[in-house]
Design a protein around this ligand. Structure first.
Ligand SMILES: Cc1cc2nc3c(=O)[nH]c(=O)nc-3n(C[C@H](O)[C@H](O)[C@H](O)COP(=O)(O)OP(=O)(O)OC[C@H]3O[C@@H](n4cnc5c(N)ncnc54)[C@H](O)[C@@H]3O)c2cc1C
Length: 450
C-alpha cells in the first residue's frame, strides 16, 4: 500500500506511517482527485496547495514545465500562461486562474449558515475556536464557527506538537485539527470554511458577522479567535517574491516540494526550529538565519538540540537578510553577518520566514474594540487599567474575564492581549469563553431552546 507524507501531491516521499503519533493523519493512503497545474513559484498556486493540504484534501501538482503530463491532462498543446493556475476538479471541470474560493466551492466545501441566528458565532477555527465550538455545541448552544482557510490555525501547520498534555509522543497539528473539527461537528457546531470575516456590526444585544462572500451571520454573542499572522520582512522586493520563492510560515505542503532544494529559514523561535527539522528531511541543505546571538534565547531546548544535530543544517546567528537575487525565480539572498564583515551571497531556491506574528484583527476594525499598543485585543481586568477603553461601557458590571470593551464580544487565544502563545492556553481560553458566554446570554434574556 502506498503511503504519502505531509501532503497529497505527486512526487511525495513515501514511507510507513509515523510510529511516534497515535495515528499519522498526514500519512493516510490517498488517491488525489484534484489536479493543479501551474508554476511552482507562483503565489496563486501556493495559496491553493496550502488550502487543499490544510483541509486534508488530496491533490496532485503538475508543473507547467512538465509538458507531456500537462498535454495528457488538459488535452491541448499550448497553455495560455494567463490561465494559470488551472484546477481540474474530480468531475473533470477545469477552473482557469483558479482561486481558493472557487476551488472550495467546486469541491462542495462551502455551505451557508443553516440558521438565521446563533447563540454564539466564533471567528477562527484554530485551537481556541475549535475548543469553543466543542464546548459551546456540547452544552446546547447554537454554534457556528467561521474560518478563512482551514480548521487548525497555526497548530494545523505544525508537523508535531510535542508538549500537548496527554500525548507523550507528540501529536501532529493536522491530526489535532481533524479530530477537533470532527468532535465539534459531532456535537452540532457548524464550521463555515474558506470565507474570512470582513466586518462586524452591533445587532441589538448581539452582533452580525459579515463574511467575504456576502453571507451575514447573526449571533447573540461573538468570540474572536483569529490568532496571529506572520510578521513581514522589511527587505525591498520581498512582496514580489511572496509565494514565488519567499513564504511566510512553513506549512507542511511546502516541505515535500523542496526535495533536493537549498532552503533557508529566518527566525529564532520554535516555529523556525520546527520548520528546519521538517525541511531537513527533503531539502539538500537548510540554513537557519537568526538575528540574535544565541539560538537558545527564544527556542525550546529540545528543538535547539534537534536542530544542531542535523547534518544538512547550517545555523547562522547574528545574521540578517538584506537583499534578494532574482532571475526567472529566486536564486539567492544577500545576508549581513552583522560582525562588520562584507555582505555574503547565499545561493537559494526557497526562503521561509518564521519571524513571529501580529494579531489578525482585519474585519474587526472600526467598531471600537480596545487594543494594546501591538494591536492585540484587550479583555477583562486589562480594560480597567486603561479607563479610556471603557468610556462607552454602559453595563452596571465590569467586563467578564475574556470579554472585550464591547458587551458580548469575547476574545480568546493568541489574538488576545496578554495571552500565552501555546496550544493548550488557546484551547483553555476557548473553553473558558463558553462559560462566560452563558453568563452573557443569561443577562440578555436567557438561552434559546436548542
Ligand atoms: C509552526 C508552529 C509551531 C508551533 N508549535 C507549538 C507547539 O509545539 N506547542 C504549542 O503549545 N504551541 C505551538 N505553536 C503555537 C500554537 O500553534 C498557537 O499558540 C495556537 O495555534 C493559537 O491558537 P489560536 O486558535 O489562538 O490561533 P490560530 O492558531 O492562529 O488560529 C486562528 C484561526 O483564525 C483564522 N482567521 C484569522 N482571521 C480570520 C478572519 N478574518 N475570518 C475567519 N477566520 C480567520 C485563521 O485562518 C486561523 O485558522 C506553534 C505555532 C506554529 C506557527
Amino acid at each position: 500500500m502506498l503511503w504519502r507524507r505531509h501532503t497529497r501531491e505527486s512526487g511525495t516521499v513515501t514511507g510507513p506511517p509515523d510510529a511516534t503519533s497515535t495515528f499519522d493523519y498526514d500519512a493516510r493512503p490517498v488517491t488525489p482527485q484534484v489536479v493543479l497545474v501551474g508554476h511552482r513559484a507562483s503565489s496563486g498556486g501556493y495559496a491553493l496547495r496550502d488550502f487543499l493540504s490544510r483541509n486534508g484534501c488530496p491533490y496532485q501538482w503538475v508543473d507547467i514545465e512538465d509538458q507531456d503530463r500537462v498535454r495528457a491532462l488538459l488535452q491541448f498543446d499550448q497553455v495560455d500562461q494567463a490561465r494559470l493556475p488551472i484546477c481540474v476538479l474530480p468531475d473533470g471541470t477545469q477552473l482557469a486562474r483558479a482561486t481558493v474560493e472557487e476551488v472550495a466551492r467546486g469541491l462542495g466545501m462551502v455551505s451557508g449558515p443553516s440558521l438565521s441566528e446563533y447563540d454564539l458565532a466564533i471567528v477562527g477555527a484554530g485551537p481556541s475556536g475549535l475548543a469553543a465550538s466543542v464546548y459551546a455545541a456540547s452544552e446546547g448552544l447554537r454554534t457556528v464557527a467561521v474560518e478563512a482557510v482551514a480548521p487548525g490555525g497555526q497548530a494545523g501547520t505544525t508537523s508535531m506538537i510535542e508538549n500537548y498534555l496527554g500525548f507523550p509522543q507528540g501529536i501532529s497539528g493536522s491530526e489535532m485539527a481533524a479530530r477537533a473539527a470532527a468532535q465539534a461537528r459531532r456535537f452540532g457546531a457548524e464550521i463555515l470554511l474558506a470565507r474570512p470575516l470582513v466586518g462586524v456590526d452591533p445587532d441589538g444585544p448581539g452582533y452580525v458577522a459579515r463574511l467575504a462572500d456576502g453571507t451575514d451571520v447573526r449571533a447573540r454573542a461573538l468570540l474572536v479567535a483569529t490568532g496571529v499572522e506572520w510578521r513581514r520582512l522589511d527587505v525591498p522586493g520581498v512582496d514580489d517574491l511572496l509565494g514565488a520563492g519567499v513564504y511566510y510560515g512553513a506549512g507542511p505542503s511546502e516541505a515535500v516540494t523542496c526535495l533536493g532544494c537549498r532552503v533557508a529559514v529566518v527566525g529564532g523561535g520554535n516555529s523556525a526550529g520546527q520548520a528546519v527539522v521538517r525541511f531537513s528531511k527533503y531539502a539538500s541543505h537548510v540554513t537557519l538565519l537568526v538575528r540574535g546571538q544565541n539560538l537558545g534565547a527564544s527556542m525550546s531546548r529540545y528543538l535547539v538540540d534537534r536542530v544542531t544535530r542535523l547534518e544538512n543544517v547550517d545555523i547562522r546567528t547574528s545574521t540578517q537578510v538584506v537583499g534578494f537575487e532574482v532571475g526567472t525565480h529566486l536564486e539567492g539572498i544577500m545576508v549581513s553577518p552583522g560582525d562588520g564583515q562584507d555582505l555574503e551571497r547565499l545561493p537559494l531556491d526557497n526562503l521561509f520566514l518564521c519571524i513571529g506574528g501580529v494579531p489578525r484583527t482585519n474585519g474587526l476594525t472600526g467598531i471600537g474594540l480596545a487594543t494594546d499598543p501591538a494591536g492585540y485585543l484587550r479583555t477583562g481586568s486589562d480594560l480597567s487599567s486603561t479607563p479610556a477603553d471603557l468610556d462607552n461601557w454602559r453595563l452596571p458590571r465590569q467586563p467578564l474575564p475574556l470579554e472585550t470593551n464591547l458587551p458580548g464580544l469575547f476574545a480568546a487565544g493568541d489574538v488576545r492581549s496578554g495571552s500565552i502563545k501555546r496550544c493548550s492556553a488557546a484551547i483553555g481560553e476557548g473553553s473558558m469563553a463558553v462559560a462566560l458566554v452563558h453568563r452573557r446570554l443569561a443577562e440578555t434574556g436567557g438561552e434559546a431552546d436548542a
